[in-house]
Write a protein that binds this ligand. Structure first.
Ligand code: FES
Ligand code: MG
Length: 592
């Protein structure tokens, strides 16, 4: 079949398979691709080669659905006149990778850049799901800048336990508290965890996975309505097919990420994160994707464009429901349409459909107002990330959509000083220290304390651990105190309902103020002013800075060492700083 269409720009794969000046090399490139049935005529016939970046594997169970799903994508690619070539991406499994999956986002990024750049790939389908599989792929797509489309794998079905919804991760944090209070035993704990994961798919809460897939859609990188479809649903296969068809057209149109990703599209994504009650990990990931796309997002952007927006979506951990209800209520397009109606979405951003976001959203309305609220009847006002700074760090965020009424009552309602509170610091050096000492009576922890964890940032851990949502000691939980204020230079799971102050940058291991903080110091937090300070005078701080800093563990692998040397702080997205200067590298064809 000869194709009459002409690409806007010659396909880069022509340089491998049809370079008249190097027929000797062409023969070499062609021969091994033929040994699984491709013919020279196909490969030389001018069809675009469409890469399928496969993130599913036995080690990546959240994305395993893609092993099946991409069969439909391949059919879509072939039907539209492309040649699919599937290849593996480094596994990133959030729950299981030690010391943390955060190490792998930048490694997957770097290896994907090399694959997309160094092989004859004209356009790519990014298969996404588990937390970091989405940002790593998008970061790489920006660096390489070939036409790119995101195919989400979708969340698991809703989990049920004894007639109650149990959501990924969130059920773990809640059940841990019940375990500590003596309300359930370990067998019951395991059963609740099992019941929260009833099918293939990624986390069914609005954790980092669902958040980042929503972000990809809000950025304009996936077909409209793709993000929230549960993995086992009929529409998944249909979207997989349509995604395959569309990427072939995008290859012809030369519709690259650099034409889609703009400051406006990133601001749209930040607004969506607030409206859905999205993960606190969205902050470093959005920052990282924006920086790789050459878009500047500052700390004040989070306040200016993200903070003062309402929470519209009633999904755990900020709300009650899970992924299936969210999808059936209209998913991401319905949320964006709500924001658009309130003038909070830039409508003219170009998307992978070839149309603008405003055009994509036409006619999309929520069909279940219990799950997706109208803009003027939200679940919470001012539900975005609050940005804080002070003498302990330059930047940290607090996810305000998960501040519970009980927490507000306890800490944020002192007459005359609303939004200001002081607490006695209890400082832990990493999570082993926390687990070891949290129930130590000598610490004398009460409801006037703030739990602080350091050594949990990109350098300190390494990779930056999800540990800031620390649980109070058992004796407080048994008294009904389910949460204490927490602060740290690590992250926390997107499924956590803890209103922690987290992602503090610079981290203690990079000379941040947490390094000199001592147990017993008073910390003053002023949410109105966005301040968080230890009430320690300058001379004393200077004296402590001269003393020995907390220990940083040695690297155990080559990548850990390289990662620590090259990665920046969470406030700046935790990216490989040297990599930012590479953008649009596919414009240069690699040498023979
Ligand atoms: Fe993979 Fe939540 S652990 S999506
Ligand atoms: Mg996580």
């Amino acid at each position: 079949m000869s194709d009459q269409r002409q690409p806007v720009r010659p396909f880069r794969s022509r340089d491998w398979f049809a370079d008249p000046a190097r027929s000797d090399m062409t023969a070499l490139y062609l021969e091994r691709f033929m040994n699984y049935g491709l013919t020279p005529a196909e490969l030389r016939g001018g069809k675009p080669i469409i890469g399928i970046a496969q993130t599913g594997s036995d080690l990546s169970p959240c994305n395993r659905i893609h092993l099946e799903l991409v069969k439909r994508t391949r059919e879509g690619i072939v039907a539209a006149g492309g040649i699919p070539m599937e290849f593996p991406v480094l596994p990133i499994f959030e729950n299981c990778r030690r010391p943390t999956a955060a190490l792998d986002r930048n490694l997957a990024y770097m290896t994907l850049v090399e694959t997309l750049y160094g092989y004859p790939i004209d356009a790519v389908v990014l298969t996404t799901g588990c937390d970091k599989t989405t940002p790593s792929g998008i970061m790489a797509a920006s660096t390489v800048d070939i036409p790119t489309i995101v195919l989400s794998g979708g969340p698991m079905l809703d989990g049920w336990h004894e007639g109650e919804l149990v959501g990924s991760g969130t059920v773990i944090w809640r059940s841990r508290r019940k375990l500590a209070a003596g309300e359930i035993d370990e067998e019951e704990f395991l059963q609740r965890a099992t019941d929260s994961a009833p099918s293939a798919g990624h986390c069914n809460t609005m954790g980092t996975a669902s958040t980042m897939n929503a972000v990809a859609e809000a950025l304009g990188l996936s077909l409209t309505g793709c993000a929230a479809i549960p993995a086992p649903y009929r529409e998944r296969g249909q979207f997989a097919y349509e995604t395959g068809r569309r990427i072939v057209e995008m290859a012809y149109e030369d519709l690259r990420p650099s034409r889609i990703l703009s400051r406006d599209s990133f601001l749209n994504a930040m607004r969506v994160v607030t409206a859905i009650g999205g993960s606190s990990n969205a902050q470093p990931h959005i920052q990282a994707m924006a920086r790789h796309a050459g878009v500047e997002i500052t700390a004040s952007d989070w306040m200016e464009h993200g903070y003062d927006l309402p929470l519209l979506v009633d999904v755990q951990p900020a709300g009650r429901f899970l992924g299936e209800r969210f999808h059936r209520a209209g998913g991401v397009p319905a949320v964006m349409a709500e924001l658009l109606g309130a003038g909070k979405i830039a409508a003219d951003c170009l998307t992978v459909t070839g149309r603008t976001m405003g055009e994509n959203l036409r006619g999309r309305i929520a069909t279940d107002r219990e799950v997706i609220r109208p803009y003027d009847r939200p679940l919470k006002e001012q539900a975005g990330f609050l940005v804080l700074s002070g003498n302990l760090f330059d930047f940290a965020i607090m996810k305000t959509s998960v501040i519970s009424p009980a927490f507000r009552q306890q800490y944020l309602s002192q007459p005359g000083a609303e939004d200001v509170f002081e607490a006695r610091a209890i400082v832990f050096d990493g999570s082993d220290d926390y687990h070891h000492r949290i129930n130590d009576p000598a610490l004398d922890i009460d409801e006037h304390c703030i739990l602080v964890i350091r050594g949990a940032g990109p350098i300190g851990w390494p990779g930056s651990a999800e540990v800031v949502n620390m649980q109070p000691p058992d004796h407080l939980i048994q008294r009904g105190i389910m949460a204490l204020p927490t602060l740290g230079d690590g992250r926390q799971s997107g499924t956590s309902d803890s209103p922690s102050i987290l992602n503090a940058s610079p981290e203690s291991a990079a000379g941040g103020g947490l390094a000199w903080l001592r147990t017993g110091d008073t910390i003053r937090i002023d949410l109105k002013q966005g301040r968080c300070d230890a009430l320690v005078d300058e001379d004393e701080i200077a004296r402590r800075r001269g003393e020995r800093a907390p220990e940083v563990p040695e690297s155990h692998t080559p990548w850990e060492e390289l990662y620590r040397e090259k990665t920046g702080q969470l406030g700046e997205g935790g990216v490989l700083e040297f990599a930012l200067k590479y953008r649009g590298v596919a414009a240069q064809t690699p040498r023979h």
